[in-house]
Write a protein that binds this ligand. Structure first.
Ligand code: ADP
Length: 266
């Protein structure tokens, strides 16, 4: 709290009292700290690939360009770094759109079992590469639900891509959808991968927070996937939670309030 004292002047009586105003600055300061930290993080995340590219460009300029095999490898590295920067900037733009109040959610009737099958299809190549199995289980009572299909696809993509990134070869992923008694659609993405240490759980949805920065970077991560997922779920009026046990696996569950389609049982 910040206290500001203002004397009360009366025309001929001089100072007759004092007004004390209490300002709650903590919230404001916290916001300011968070903003500073965010800008520092963004700058750092962009500087790393830029410095890498600079040194490869210098090496090319210093003669590596004459060696086609070497030059080809260097260009490959620079392409990867560029792609990571593009992903980062796209994620940042997406977050800033979600932050601005006018984040528009345009809901369309969506068949949930189909939606889950399609996520698995999008990742079939990566799943195959790591020999990870995927099981889909959507209760028979779940058919069409109103939701912003593009945005929820983004949530599912972020969660499934994490499940694949942080699960060793031969692992297993499960996607489960259930309707709760209170008419919420609950979707869980579960893996049996490396898990998350307990001490990191409270910060895991924070922007740029990663358990292992180097590992996340190597996997092409931006550290924004879970924050984006949380913002999208929030924009739907829903909730998201993560449970994890180190070396056992992780489960992320999000729940959305459901408006049933007309003509279907509630
Ligand atoms: P990233 O791009 O680093 O994956 P996210 O915001 O998606 O960023 O996730 C933040 C961090 O949470 C990751 O760096 C990783 O440490 C941890 N994490 C997320 N999902 C999982 C998972 N399924 N298993 C283990 N760790 C996970």
């Amino acid at each position: 709290l910040r206290v500001v004292f203002t004397p009360i002047h009366r025309r001929d009586k001089g100072i007759t009292g004092t007004i004390a105003m209490l300002h709650d600055v903590t919230e404001q300061e916290q916001l300011e700290d968070a903003r500073r930290e965010f800008v520092a993080n963004v700058s750092h995340e962009l500087r790393t690939p830029l410095t890498t590219m600079k040194s490869y460009l210098e090496a090319l300029d210093d003669g590596a360009i004459e060696d086609p095999a070497l030059a080809h490898r260097f260009v490959g590295v620079m392409r990867n770094e560029t792609e990571r920067m593009i992903r980062l900037v796209n994620d940042l733009l997406h977050l800033s759109r979600l932050d601005s109040r006018n984040a528009l959610i345009s809901k369309v009737p969506t068949n949930i079992p189909d939606m889950l099958e399609e996520v698995a299809d999008r990742f079939s190549f990566q799943l195959h590469q790591k020999a990870i199995s995927i099981e889909i289980d959507a209760g028979a009572d779940i058919q069409s639900v109103m939701l912003d299909r593009d945005q929820i696809d983004q949530v599912l993509d972020n969660l499934v891509s994490n499940a694949i990134k942080y699960t060793p070869e031969g692992g297993a992923i499960a996607l489960r959808a259930t309707l709760t008694e209170k008419a919420w659609l609950e979707i869980a993405v579960q893996d049996n991968g490396i898990g998350i240490p307990r001490k990191d759980l409270t910060r895991i949805f924070d922007r740029f927070y990663r358990v292992d920065k180097a590992r996340s970077r190597n996997m092409g991560g931006t550290g924004l996937g879970l924050s984006i997922a949380r913002e999208i779920v929030k924009a739907h009026g829903g909730t998201i939670a993560l449970d994890s046990e180190l070396n056992q696996g992780t489960r992320v569950t999000f729940a959305l309030p459901v408006q049933q389609m007309e003509g279907e049982p509630a």
